[in-house]
Each structure stands twice: as structure tokens, then as C-alpha cells.
Design a protein around this ligand. Structure first.
Ligand code: AMP
Length: 588
């Protein structure tokens, strides 16, 4: 197995950057995976995604622009203001580094040490050092380490190092592309992607899956076990257009309708006194909810466990759930203590995935729910989702109405069948959501990824007039447009939009986006932000690419779209899928 030299690696990154085809990206990556050292295969996966660790680990780059500029200034010998000016002209920090820094004697060798040829591992280690240095004097260490790395690399290497350090590397490679590339590299085709994806869904660590595949083969991958402190991808719910369809889709005689909470999905990992909390995007949110950590220690009676549930803002005086918007104010790094008092939370549990060394993913729902009831001492801070189990749809509807009167979002209907397993990362007909919006005439809401914006005119000049929104095509790993969204925003939301979306701005069409000429926007965004949109119906459209049919030159579009809210907790890959939109279209 060879060590990959950094120069070759960056040439490959350039080829990836210059293609829009997922197949080609996978093929470039797979040629790299074929003969790579065990020490580097995981690092290549993370770096291709613009990261240096799995998402759930709290090790992220993302130096401020100022720090990155300071490092370029040190590495090039130019003044900070010259670097600032170049950044203003060029825009991309990678291009600035590549243009301004020339080969020269490195005065910062002490900060970034390696011997011989620069390898992927050297660069990865340097970036990890930058991310993990903290405390007094850390700024200087970060800047000089980065400056040293930039001097040692060549022009193209500098481009990628600077982007990685600033957290702005956007190759357009998705997780699925990497899994496809691994399958092609090791088995000659995409056929084994499903097994790799399963391992990824239960470990959330693509580097680990790659490494195990290389060392122990597919057998090792299939034997990967769920582990505490490694989040499991959340199971998601399907949707139907008619209430009666719930009964047709859920095959078991009994249906369990649970209260549906509109808060933040939180997966709890309790390992004795050590408690970790993960969001639906698989980020570690433990530090945001110290109250929940304490309550888990106090009210969960088992030593080692993984639980699934929803954190809700709660007004304890009046016994009322607060809205999602209120809860979002707890999303903060600072003033956590103050906000814990201001916005207390209640954690509503609905599943258990692991208990004392044993996985519960392959137990059916009734067994998991029974187990869950034995694990927790219910209190005002932690409780189980209320539910009604019945084979009669009228009874389920009655429960739904009760939930609506309690100001909940709706219900999640769960199958009680023998095979009602927990499908990590899957959207399955064993869970079906039914929300109050569905019963109004303007029926469905969609969660869409923003990939572009149109310049505003008149009252909206200086900000965006409308956003170009896309659904996620899971099978292709692409983003297909379905809506141009220009209504429903408050003046304040409109005014803030350019700033809020700034870190996703790119200067060309994002790699995985599919857009017709007619819909080309004035600004492009890498898929990062998700909006919830209400519409009246799904119609055929010659300008939107969702479920595009080449023969008819038609896709699907959402009519009369209206902004409802930002969905910060959703990643773009968790947007409404093309497949779901097709179902909504058929069910109308
Ligand atoms: P949506 O976000 O509209 O796709 O609805 C699915 C989400 O509902 C899940 O990801 C959970 O965060 C949330 N949810 C709330 N209550 C429940 C419940 N009782 N069972 C499952 N999911 C729930």
C-alpha cells in the first residue's frame, strides 16, 4: 500500500472540482482508493468532504477569514492589507493563497514538521493541530502552522489547504458518492454500496467504514456494531396525502399513533455518568443542553443506553409546549446558563436503540416501546410520547384531534408489525407522519435546499427577490429544482438573507445541482440551508428539474410556494426527496 503524496491528491481534487458528474467523481475517488495505505484511506474520505473528522466529533476547522489572511500574509511576506485587498478582488481564499505565496525558505518549520515528501497524512495532521489548539497563545500557533503548511505546498496544494482551513472547501462530493467510490474500488461495481451505507448509517463515520473495508473486507463492514458516543442516523417518517392511506401503508393490524413534537430531535448516549447529545444532523450538541444532561443522569435508570426523542421548549407554569422558534434560541455557544433558565426544556422520548451492550435496532417497535417504558422514571423534565394504539382509523383521528388541541404538530403513526425495526437513516412506511397542515386546503409542506437566489428589485433591491429551492434526489445524489420562492418572508428576514446565506455562496453552479437554463439564478449557493415551504399543489413544469422526464421535457414544481421557516436542524440531504414529491403529485 502506498502513501499518497499530497501533490497527487490535490491534482485529483482539481479533477473532481472540474466535473459535475457524480459518476466521474466516484470514479476518480475509486482509483485513489485502490492502492492507498490504511493510515490514509479515512483521511482521504474526510478531506474530500472538506472535513478532518466525522461530523459528530467536535473537531472542526473554519478559521476566520482574518486568521486565514494573517497566515497568507506570513507565508507570502505581503502585508495584511495587501492580502485583504486581494481577497476582496478574488473572493476565494484558496485562489488568494495560491496567487500570493511563492516557494521560499520556511521560517515556521518548528510549527509544522514532516520529513521527506509532503503526504496527505502530513497535511491532515497539520490541519488537526490547527483545529485542536486552544487557549492562550493558540492564535499564533494556528496562524504560523497554517503559514508553514502553505509554504511547503505547491500552488495547487495551497489552494486546497487554505480552503480546508477556512472551512470553505466545496467540491460537491457527497457521502453517497464516497460510498459508491469505495464499492467500485473494492468490488468493481456499485453493487455493495447498500452494505456500506448500512454500516455508515449505524456508525456515522465514513472514514471508519472505509478503514474497516480495507483491513477486514466486507465481512468486517457487515459486522460493525453500534457503539456509544457514535451517533446512529435517525429513522425518518414517510408521508401520505390521504388520511385513509395510513391504514393501507401500515401493514400491521394495530397502529400506534404517537404525539408528534416540533422541537429538536436529540439522540442521547448515556455511558454511566457520561452523557452525550447528538442532533439530527449528527452534531454534538451536549454543551447546549446541560439541563438535559443532568436530567438524563437523574431519571434514566439504566447504565448504558442510546435513546431517541425530541427536545421541546416548555412553559412549566402553564404546562404548555413552546414552539420550535422559541427552542431555537437555545442554539448558542454563549450565555447557555442564562438561556437554560429562560427557556427550559422537556425531553419527549419515543425510542430506544441500545441497552447495556445490546443493539435494539432489529427489535420490533412494540418490543422497543415496552423496553423504553422500563428505562425511564418519568418526570416533568423527561417523559414518553403519549400514544393511542388502535386498529380503528376513527380512534386514530380522534387522537390526532386531541394532539392538535394541545398545540402539537400532529401524530406519527407507527407500525406494530413483526418487522417494524428501527431503520437507521431510512424513511420507511413503518412510520408515517400526519400533520395539521395536511388537513388544510393548501396541503403539503416541503423542506427544500437552497441552491440559488435572484437579485431583488424595487423594494427588495440590495437583497434577494427570490430563492431557488431544490429537492434531494436520493438515488442520484443530486439536487433538483422544484420552486422559486419569493413570498412569505418578513422585511427583516429579507434584509438579513444575504448575510445569513453568505457562507454558502459560490461562484458557479454547485456540483450536485441540476438546473435548467430558464431557472438559472443570479447567485449560486452550495446546498447547505433548508427552508420549509408551503404550497398549493404539485404541477408539471418545463423549467424545474425535479423528476425530469427527458421525452416530455418536463419536471415537477410546487405552485404558489410560501416561506414558512428555516429548518436549521436539517441537512440538505434531509430535504424532501424527489421520490416523495412524485408521491405527493400522484396522491393529489
Ligand atoms: P419532519 O421533520 O416533518 O420530517 O417529521 C419527522 C420528525 O418528527 C422526526 O425526525 C422527529 O424529529 C419528529 N418527531 C416528533 N415526534 C415524533 C415521534 N413521536 N416519533 C418519531 N418522530 C417524531
Amino acid at each position: 500500500m502506498i502513501k499518497i503524496n499530497f501533490e497527487d491528491f490535490t491534482r485529483m481534487l482539481e479533477r473532481i472540482e472540474n466535473t459535475n458528474s457524480q459518476n466521474e467523481m466516484a470514479s476518480i475517488l475509486s482509483s485513489l482508493f485502490k492502492d492507498i495505505s490504511t493510515e490514509e484511506i479515512d483521511k482521504v474520505c474526510y478531506l474530500a468532504l472538506g472535513r478532518i473528522a466525522p461530523q459528530y466529533e467536535d473537531i472542526v476547522l473554519g478559521l476566520s477569514e482574518k486568521t486565514a489572511q494573517a497566515a497568507i500574509s506570513l507565508a507570502s511576506g505581503s502585508s495584511k492589507s495587501e492580502v485583504k485587498e486581494e481577497t476582496r478582488d478574488i473572493g476565494d481564499i484558496g485562489e488568494v493563497a495560491s496567487k500570493m505565496i511563492k516557494n521560499r525558505e520556511n521560517p515556521f518549520k518548528d510549527y509544522f514538521d514532516y520529513t521527506g515528501e509532503l503526504s496527505v497524512k502530513n497535511i491532515f495532521d497539520g490541519l488537526r493541530k490547527i483545529a485542536s489548539t486552544s487557549g492562550k497563545g493558540s492564535q499564533e500557533i494556528k496562524t504560523k502552522t497554517l503559514a508553514s503548511m502553505l509554504i511547503e505546498a505547491d500552488d495547487i496544494g495551497r489552494k486546497y489547504i487554505a480552503r480546508l482551513a477556512e472551512g470553505t472547501m466545496r467540491l460537491g462530493v457527497g457521502d453517497i458518492t464516497i460510498l459508491n467510490a469505495l464499492s467500485v474500488a473494492f468490488f468493481g461495481s456499485k453493487l455493495r454500496k447498500t452494505e456500506l451505507e448500512h454500516a455508515y448509517n449505524i456508525s456515522s463515520d465514513i472514514g471508519l467504514v472505509a478503514k474497516v473495508l480495507q483491513t477486514d473486507g466486507i465481512k468486517g463492514v457487515n459486522e460493525l456494531k453500534i457503539t456509544l458516543n457514535r451517533p446512529i442516523k435517525s429513522m425518518l417518517a414517510q408521508r401520505v396525502s390521504n388520511f385513509e392511506d395510513i391504514k393501507n401503508k401500515i401493514k400491521s393490524r394495530d397502529i400506534s399513533a404517537e404525539e408528534k413534537f416540533d422541537g429538536e430531535r436529540i439522540q442521547v448516549h448515556k455511558d454511566g455518568e457520561n452523557v452525550k447529545l447528538y442532533s439530527r444532523r449528527l452534531t454534538d450538541v451536549t454543551s447546549q443542553f446541560p439541563d438535559l444532561v443532568e436530567n438524563i443522569r437523574k431519571y434514566v435508570k439504566v447504565k448504558r443506553v442510546i435513546l431517541d426523542g425530541e427536545a421541546m421548549a416548555y412553559d412549566f407554569e402553564n404546562d404548555l409546549f413552546g414552539s420550535f422558534q422559541i427552542l431555537m434560541r437555545r442554539r448558542r455557544k454563549y450565555d447557555v446558563k442564562e438561556y437554560r433558565k429562560k427557556i427550559p426544556i422537556r425531553y419527549m422520548l419515543f425510542d430506544v436503540l441500545y441497552v447495556d451492550g445490546e443493539s435494539f435496532l432489529n427489535r420490533n417497535y412494540p418490543e422497543r416501546r415496552d423496553k423504553l417504558e422500563t428505562l425511564v422514571e418519568e418526570s416533568k423534565y423527561i417523559a414518553l410520547a403519549n400514544r393511542r394504539v388502535s386498529s380503528d382509523l376513527d380512534a386514530i383521528d380522534e387522537f390526532f384531534q386531541e394532539c392538535i388541541t394541545k398545540n402539537l404538530e400532529g401524530i406519527v403513526c407507527k407500525s406494530c408489525a413483526k418487522d417494524s425495526y428501527y431503520r437507521a437513516g431510512g424513511r420507511d412506511w413503518t412510520w408515517i407522519k400526519w400533520k395539521k397542515e395536511y388537513i388544510s386546503k393548501l396541503s403539503d409542506t416541503l423542506d427544500l435546499a437552497i441552491i440559488g437566489a435572484y437579485a431583488g428589485r424595487g423594494r427588495r433591491s440590495g437583497t434577494y427577490g427570490a430563492l431557488l429551492c431544490a429537492a434531494y434526489n436520493y438515488a442520484e445524489d443530486t439536487f433538483e429544482t422544484v420552486s422559486k420562492l419569493g413570498t412569505g418572508f418578513s422585511d427583516e428576514q429579507l434584509a438579513n438573507m444575504p448575510e445569513e446565506l453568505a457562507d454558502a455562496r459560490i461562484d458557479k453552479i454547485p456540483a450536485r445541482a441540476v438546473v435548467t437554463k430558464e431557472m438559472e439564478p443570479d447567485f449560486w449557493f452550495t446546498p447547505k440551508y433548508v427552508v420549509e415551504v408551503l404550497g398549493s399543489e404539485i404541477t408539471r413544469s418545463p423549467v424545474h428539474t425535479c423528476n425530469w422526464k427527458e421525452e416530455q421535457k418536463q419536471g415537477l414544481a410546487l405552485r404558489f410556494p410560501r416561506f414558512i421557516r428555516w429548518r436549521e436542524e436539517k441537512s440538505p440531504e434531509q430535504a424532501t426527496t424527489t421520490e416523495e414529491i412524485v408521491q405527493m403529485y400522484k396522491g393529489q
